[in-house]
Design a protein around this ligand. Structure first.
Ligand code: SF4
Length: 496
């Protein structure tokens, strides 16, 4: 389909809103005779006015208009609001669908809520602004403001002078059908693990010395995947040991174990003895037939066993990941899952919404449901259970291609929040990352306007490429450049 934009407006912004209405479409295909939108933006001295016409190949047409008076928070936002709402009105009229987050296109809705709260608006005024200017439904506006409020309580002065560290283990015992993360699963690729760990330990030592040279304190360390507990107990032990220089004074150390079928008493004991205080044990659903249908090769019973093993090992904080809107699941079955998890009372509960990734089997089978009514009800059920059991939402994010254009929310019992997630989402300080597909995110302290500069540095995507660097002798040069880039970023922002 085609979207033509006239006026001082980035077409990508309108395309991002359009994705919620027309999932899977490409918007710059000149030869595609399907749906065409024309977005006209008229800049006026006192604000902006936009008009949109939209027509589909079946002859249906719709239009929308909107006006945004001049805003103190910027001409760019003024233009975006008028054109975004005009497009939203036309697309809603044409499709009969209203995305729950309105024209909020960002990955982190709570950032906008934080901005409003920081500017002096009350919680109610901030939520009203999200509803009225961004057309989000009130439930979502309240969620964004609630998360922003909790984050403001959790983030302490001085947190931005510290750093966190992420360690990637992109290997899993088998591949779940809905997954398109970088993760090696075949026996041939899993055989690379010993070599991978050797290089990873070397990178960890390099990163630890870089952090020391910068004079930074490590606040949190997070081992993610893949499935980190795919490692054998001795491999895990060795990895955890190598992390000691980073974890020694950190206030939080997470091992995202993940798949229940990989969690054993020996591994959990190794984790606890190295100071891991938080693990994630992820069933996604407590419905065996849904687990089988999504190709997740473990049972509900295995989840409960793994959870008990983590507890028996003395892990203080356990997170449980669930997915709302899985194919074959429904709100009643998801309610049963939420009820049983609430009884279990893990300190953290993370509810994702099912996302159709490009390479996943479900997209090929056309399982994407734009409106996602079942997912929407399931998400509401999880929010009700979480608040009824004393959890509060403390971080959240949105992804593309999520069923029903819904969100992912992290809940916690008060005082047990995972600060790594908060620092990552709110971009409070630098997160150094080691391992294939890992991304180091350099974050500056805020300037006078509150703006933080951010620079990313990407590791090789696949373990094979990552290992090849060591063989080809390129690693030394790469580290030299990385060190120079990081130092120059820290100097530029007067952080060293
Ligand atoms: S366990 Fe997670 S990362 Fe591994 S294949 Fe399944 S969804 Fe993907």
């Amino acid at each position: 389909m085609k979207i033509a934009v006239e006026g001082d407006l980035n077409p990508y912004y309108i395309e991002t809103i359009a994705m919620a209405f027309f999932p899977g479409e490409k918007f710059r295909d000149e030869d595609d005779p399907r749906l065409t939108a024309r977005v006209c933006l008229f800049d006026r001295d006192d604000g902006s006015f936009s008009a949109v016409t939209l027509g589909d190949r079946d002859g249906g047409t719709a239009s929308g208009e909107d006006f945004e008076p001049w805003r103190a928070d910027g001409a760019d936002r003024t233009r975006k609001l008028s054109s975004g709402r005009a497009f939203f009105k036309a697309a809603s009229a044409l499709t009969g669908y209203r995305p729950p987050w309105g024209i909020m296109t960002g990955v982190r809705p709570s950032k906008l809520a934080t901005e409003f709260l920081t500017s002096g608006l009350t919680e109610k005024e901030s939520a009203d602004e999200i509803v009225n200017s961004y057309l989000a439904i009130p439930e979502k506006a309240r969620l964004a403001v609630g998360v922003a409020k909790t984050e403001r309580e959790l983030i302490k002065p001085g947190d931005d002078g510290k750093c966190s560290v992420y360690i990637a283990i992109p290997f899993c015992p088998t591949r779940c059908d809905y997954c398109s993360f970088v993760s090696y699963t075949s026996p041939r690729l899993l055989s690379l693990i010993p070599e991978y760990l050797k290089r990873l330990r070397d990178d960890i030592a390099f990163t630890a010395s870089l952090i020391r040279d910068l004079g930074l304190k490590v606040s949190t360390v997070y081992i993610g995947g893949g499935t980190p507990t795919v490692l054998e107990p001795d491999q895990l032990d060795c990895l955890l040991d190598s992390l000691y220089p980073l974890t020694e004074n950190a206030s939080e150390f997470t091992l995202e174990a993940g798949r229940p079928d990989t969690i054993t008493a020996e591994k959990m004991k190794a984790a606890a003895s190295h100071g891991v205080g938080r693990v994630s044990v992820n069933p996604q659903t407590l419905n065996d037939s849904v687990l089988a249908a999504i190709g997740r090769k473990h049972t509900v019973e295995q989840f409960f066993n793994a959870y008990a093993i983590a507890r028996d090992a003395g892990i203080g904080t356990v997170n449980v990941d669930l997915i709302a809107g899985l194919p074959g699941d429904d709100p009643d079955s998801f309610e049963n899952t939420c009820g049983r998890i609430a009884e279990l009372r893990p300190e953290n509960l993370t509810v994702h919404t099912f996302t159709v990734k490009k390479s996943a089997k479900f997209k090929e089978e056309g399982a994407f449901d734009r409106e996602g009514k079942d997912a929407e009800r399931s998400v509401s059920v999880s929010s009700r259970y979480a608040s009824g059991a004393g959890y509060r939402p403390y971080y959240m994010y949105r992804q593309k291609n999520t069923v029903g254009n819904l969100e992912n929310v992290g809940y916690s019992l008060p005082g047990c929040e995972c600060m790594y997630n908060v620092y990552m989402m709110e971009e409070i300080h630098t997160v150094f990352a080691c391992g294939a597909s890992a991304v180091t995110k350099l974050v500056s302290t805020p300037g006078a306007d509150g703006y933080r500069d951010i620079k990313r540095s990407f590791e090789s995507k696949y373990p094979y490429e990552y290992l090849r660097e060591s063989e080809s002798g390129l690693l030394g040069e790469k580290r030299k450049k990385l060190t120079a880039d990081i130092l120059s970023f820290y100097r530029e922002h007067n952080m060293v």
